[in-house]
Write a protein that binds this ligand. Structure first.
Ligand SMILES: *Cc1c(COP(=O)(O)O)cnc(C)c1O
Length: 379
């Protein structure tokens, strides 16, 4: 097979040939052409959120987690107190990031199969006036669940607390409008729903917040205020930029616009999701989340309840047929995940479902007939 495997993962993900080809050029990091490319990407990112008036966008080298860490380091003062709303693995990672850098951190955990309850957030904030900031994961990629961002943003605004949103796996696909909701910082990255390649993140920071956060960061490399100040003055990144990643992102964003922007991307991912969930249900698979909590970003399936099932063999079988699945991230139940995002459509997703069916047959595994823990059995 001379085609690349299709990545059914939450990033890196399958990119188009045009995006890959954009990387076949070397750029000088100080050169005006590259500065113009950076400026174009930043303007395009602000437009996706309607944040041109309210926010600056600061790019940062590294994987998405680097930008989550930088956002907290830059926006939460050293004597601040961050409340992390936790219903999954990426929430727990945000809590770890904040406490390791020495910020006072409270982690409010709830079950992984239910969205964060706005009423709980309101109660926690009302009970503790020392909490200065709230950390929220928009789409918790560990399960695929989407948390109620607009409701939680409204509570933070009303109670006068800052909000830091990890929108890594939702940005560009799910609607977020900076004119309709208030957040201090929102973090995303090149290699997710914009369908660029991995290697840089970016953080939208509200102008008033950015102006007041000089000196917050304990770390030079993570200091987004410093990165922004330098970029505003010179048009350049502070340290060596991931030039090829920026070029690929610019090309990916051109295609995003041509496709029709966020509504079109969501529509394509929803088509992928429908094909996936419908096809897998026909094979007997159940989702970990109840149907009303599923998102067209990534879907967690319960592993078949069959002694012959083994994720490694299952993965190898699907890969031999051209599709890369993703392991589960849950501790109590055995699961695997399938991403709906990337430069793929319904046809590829149907082929993926067929690859799963053939792999199960080859393994001698009966179609999954597991029972979802929180109710609802297969018909
Ligand atoms: C992908 C992702 C990240 C960043 O992960 P990296 O491996 O550092 O790129 C952070 N949060 C969420 C919700 C994600 O989906």
């Amino acid at each position: 097979m001379d085609r690349d495997n299709i990545l059914l993962t939450p990033g890196p993900l399958t990119t188009t040939l045009r995006t890959k080809l954009a990387m076949l050029k070397d750029w000088g990091s100080w050169d005006a052409d590259f500065n113009a490319l950076t400026a174009r990407v930043r303007a395009g990112l602000l437009a996706i959120l309607n944040a041109q008036e309210s926010h600056a966008v600061v790019p940062l080298q590294g994987s998405g987690t680097f930008s989550v860490e930088a956002a907290i380091a830059t926006v939460v003062p050293r004597d601040g107190h961050l409340l992390v709303l936790d219903n999954g693995a990426y929430c727990k990672r945000m809590g770890r990031v904040a406490s390791l850098m020495g910020r006072r951190t409270t982690i409010a955990s709830r079950a992984e199969d239910a969205p964060i309850e706005p009423a709980d957030v309101e109660r926690l904030l009302a009970a503790d006036s020392s909490i200065t900031h709230v950390g929220l994961i928009h789409c918790e990629t560990g399960t695929g669940i989407v948390n109620p961002l607009p409701e939680i943003a409204a509570i933070c605004e009303r109670l006068g607390r800052g909000l830091i949103v990890d929108a890594m796996s939702s940005f560009g696909a799910l609607p977020i409008d900076a004119r309709a909701l208030r957040f201090d910082a929102l973090v995303a990255a090149s290699g997710k729903c914009l369908e660029g390649v991995p290697g840089m993140g970016f953080v939208f920071i509200r102008h008033e917040v950015l102006a007041a956060c000089a000196g917050n960061s304990h770390s030079l490399a993570m200091d987004l205020h410093d990165q922004h100040t330098y970029m505003a003055r010179t048009g350049q990144w502070r340290f060596t930029p991931p030039t090829h990643v920026v070029a690929a992102l610019a090309a990916a964003m051109d295609q995003y616009e041509e496709e029709g922007g966020q509504p079109a991307r969501l529509a394509r991912y929803t088509g992928n999701f429908d094909t996936l969930v419908g096809g897998m249900a026909a094979l007997g698979f159940q989702t970990f989340l109840a149907p009303e909590h599923l998102s067209p970003i990534i879907v967690t399936f319960l592993a078949p309840d069959d002694a012959r099932y083994d994720f490694k063999a299952f993965y190898a079988g699907a890969k031999a047929r051209g599709f890369m699945l993703y392991p589960g991230k849950l501790t109590e139940v055995e699961t695997f995940r399938v991403g709906c995002i990337g430069a793929i459509g319904r046809a590829q997703m149907q082929q993926a479902v067929d690859a799963v069916a053939h792999t199960l047959r080859e393994m001698g595994v009966a179609p999954a007939r597991t029972v979802r823990a929180h109710g609802g059995t297969m018909a």
